[in-house]
Each structure stands twice: as structure tokens, then as C-alpha cells.
Write a protein that binds this ligand. Structure first.
Ligand SMILES: [Zn+2]
Length: 268
């Protein structure tokens, strides 16, 4: 598998070879004082950092860190996940629709949105849903934070969720789906498993619910994990229609922990 560790190893082997080349008698030197060598080193460093940067946006490649993006099943089972809540107006709407269909979803909660919405968080658990950690700040700079700051955010959100529900989430959804070396280091030796998706609804960008629904249904496969947001317009009737369409396509929505076959919350 193509991973950051292997890329780094390959990068240093190339660097070592270039430097060894310099000590071979009779060979033209590849050093920083040579203009061609400067271009060569620039290209090498650009490839290394460019590749590392680009792969952070492809979390399911497992390049920087192992990330769960689908369940391994041949059955027509899928999971629905909601990010960016709790929202005092829209999350309860989502919960009503899920209850009507007797569907259990996963909610990746932002820590700073919990204050004042504790009752919603409690209801998520009382209704049988999975709660996951989606950072505390969901800052647009989150992916530039050092590992210790990312870890502190996750611990803070865990603490808030545990105080309300008595449960500590074991699933972490990286904000914006970016998994870079800092996120990977933050997760090291910690209990959280990174969970992303393989069906992105783009419900935060697309204002056409029919198109969102059609796109999701077209992409359904056994083990799919669907990304939605419980703070968008795609709630209420639109979610209701999506759940009907998923069922009509022959699929069953199952809880995320059941789809992945790993526990969602730490033992109390
Ligand atoms: Zn988010």
C-alpha cells in the first residue's frame, strides 16, 4: 500500500543515493551548488510535499492514517452519518424522521455546539443513535493545528459528551475529511478510530434535494457510509424521501457500529 511512511522512506533513499553519487570518483557532482542539481532537488522536494499534501484530501487511501470508509459486507446494508450538529432546530427534525422509519444513524458532534443543546445530545443516545467526535472547534484552520492541539480538542469534546450521556465516543470524523500527519499523530495511542464515508451528499453545497437523493441512490453499494449534515436544509421531508428511496432500492440502514463491526462507545 502507498503510505506516507513508505513515501518518506523512498524520499530519503533517493536523497541518500544523490549524496552517495557525489562521492563516486569521476561522476559529475549532484550538489546544491550545481544549477541542475538545484532543479533536481526542487523537483524531488516538490513531489514529496505535493504528494503528501494532496493525499491528505483522500482519507480513504489510508495514506496518512487508517480510515474506515465502508463496511465489509456483501449484504445490502448501509449507514447514514450526520456531521456538524447538534442544531437546535434541524437535529430534532432529523430525529423525528429517523424515529418514524426506525432507523439508527451516527451523529458526529461538534463540541462547541453542545452548550445549550445538551438535551439534543442526550436524546441522540436515548433514541439509540451512535455519537461520534467531530472536534471541538471545527475551525477552518483545524488541519494546520499541531497534533497536541487536535488531541486536546477531541478530549474536550469527549469530556462534554461523556458528562451528558455517560458514553465516550470511539469514532472520530476529521473536519472536512482531511487526514494529514498532524491528525494522524493526534490519533496515535488514543482510542479513536477515524471514520469517513464513501458517499458524499454535498448537502452543504447543493440546494437541490432531488439531485442529492438521486446521486446517493445511484452510488449505493453494500457497506456504504453516507455523509449528510444535520444543520442543512436536507432534513424533514427530504430525509424522509431519501429513506424511502433507500428502502425501495433494496437497502437497509443499519447503525454504524454494526456496519463496521466495532464498538462505537467506550465501556463505562
Ligand atoms: Zn464537519
Amino acid at each position: 500500500m502507498f503510505t506516507f511512511r513508505r513515501l518518506t522512506l523512498f524520499f530519503f533513499i533517493i536523497l541518500l543515493c544523490l549524496n552517495l553519487w557525489n562521492v563516486i570518483p569521476g561522476k559529475s557532482a549532484v550538489s546544491f551548488v550545481n544549477i541542475n542539481a538545484v532543479l533536481l532537488y526542487s523537483l524531488l522536494f516538490s513531489c514529496y510535499f505535493g504528494c503528501s499534501f494532496a493525499m491528505a484530501f483522500l482519507p480513504c487511501s489510508n495514506f496518512h492514517h487508517p480510515v474506515l470508509c465502508r463496511g465489509t459486507t456483501d449484504e445490502k446494508s448501509v449507514s447514514i452519518t450526520f456531521d456538524d450538529g447538534p442544531d437546535p432546530v434541524k437535529t430534532p427534525l432529523v430525529l423525528e424522521i429517523l424515529r418514524k422509519h426506525q432507523v439508527y444513524a451516527a451523529f458526529f458532534v461538534i463540541g462547541k455546539k453542545i452548550a445549550g443543546n445538551e438535551w439534543i445530545v442526550k436524546r441522540l443516545i436515548d433514541d439509540g443513535h451512535v455519537i461520534g467526535n467531530h472536534s471541538f472547534s471545527h475551525s477552518k484552520w483545524f488541519d494546520f493545528f499541531p497534533a497536541h492541539k487536535i488531541r486536546a480538542e477531541l478530549l474536550e469534546t469527549d469530556h462534554l459528551l461523556k458528562n451528558i450521556t455517560g458514553k465516550s465516543p470511539l469514532f472520530f470524523r476529521p473536519p472536512y475529511g482531511v487526514v494529514n500527519p498532524m491528525v494522524s499523530n493526534a490519533l496515535k495511542h488514543m482510542p479513536w478510530k477515524a471514520v469517513c464515508w464513501n458517499i458524499r451528499s454535498f448537502d452543504t453545497l447543493n440546494n437541490n434535494p432531488e439531485k442529492i437523493k438521486t446521486k446517493i441512490i445511484r452510488k449505493l453499494k453494500p457497506g456504504s457510509i453516507i455523509l449528510l449534515h444535520d444543520d442543512t436544509l436536507f432534513t424533514g421531508n427530504h430525509l424522509d424521501e431519501l429513506l424511502v428511496a433507500i428502502r425501495q432500492a433494496g437497502y437497509t440502514v443499519v447503525p454504524l457500529d454494526k456496519l463496521l463491526n466495532i464498538p462505537a462507545h467506550a465501556q463505562e
